[in-house]
Write a protein that binds this ligand. Structure first.
Ligand code: GDP
Ligand code: MG
Length: 163
């Protein structure tokens, strides 16, 4: 059995960096579905001995300021609908922002199965943001560093029962 994990969160938290680390070169075939789906990148992820489908909400970065909130919401809702579990990334170095709260609300309203992760947690600069992340009310965050590949063992142990 396999499952689908959606990586969600505001721009710049490290979603694509994590996606690339999990997927490597195993990118799924690009299809040409119109609209929102086009902005969701799908790949075949491997973490230790588990394999799953991972979705990255790409394309947000090109949105204009006006449309960003609406687009982020629609993309995230779509990703949640496609996924069995959502990995909600926040930036431990930046701390929790109002935009993170918006995403937390979307995930709560959609009743998503959420794994909260404080990314950019390498070194000590992320400690404050990690503590702040508890205030989102989505449980205990895991510490991740997508760039340095840290925290993936913890992610593995959380995902293992789903595989
Ligand atoms: P996205 O917009 O959420 O897809 O974020 P990106 O993956 O494009 O990353 C945004 C920026 O954060 C890039 O400059 C990354 O190199 C950086 N970044 C991603 N993961 C980490 C991390 O674990 N630690 C640090 N320090 N920077 C990271
Ligand atoms: Mg991205």
């Amino acid at each position: 059995m396999t499952f689908t994990l959606a990586i969600v969160g505001r721009p710049n938290v490290g979603k694509s960096t994590l996606f690339n680390r999990l997927v490597g070169k195993r990118l799924a075939l690009v299809d040409d579905q119109p609209g929102v789906t086009r902005d969701l990148r799908e790949g075949e992820a491997k973490l230790g001995n588990i394999k799953f489908t991972v979705i990255d909400s790409a394309g947000l970065e090109e949105a204009t300021d006006d449309s960003l909130q609406g687009r982020m919401r629609r993309l995230t809702e779509r990703a949640v609908e496609m996924a069995d579990v959502c990995l909600f990334l926040v930036d431990a170095r930046a701390g929790i922002t109002p935009s993170d709260e918006v995403f937390a609300d979307i995930l709560r309203k959609k009743n998503a199965h959420v794994i909260l992760a404080a990314n950019k947690s390498e070194g000590r600069a992320g400690e404050g943001g990690y503590i702040e992340a508890f205030s989102l009310g989505l449980g205990e965050p895991i510490r991740l560093s997508a760039e340095h590949g840290e925290g993936l063992d913890e992610l593995y142990h959380i995902l293992l029962p789903l595989s």
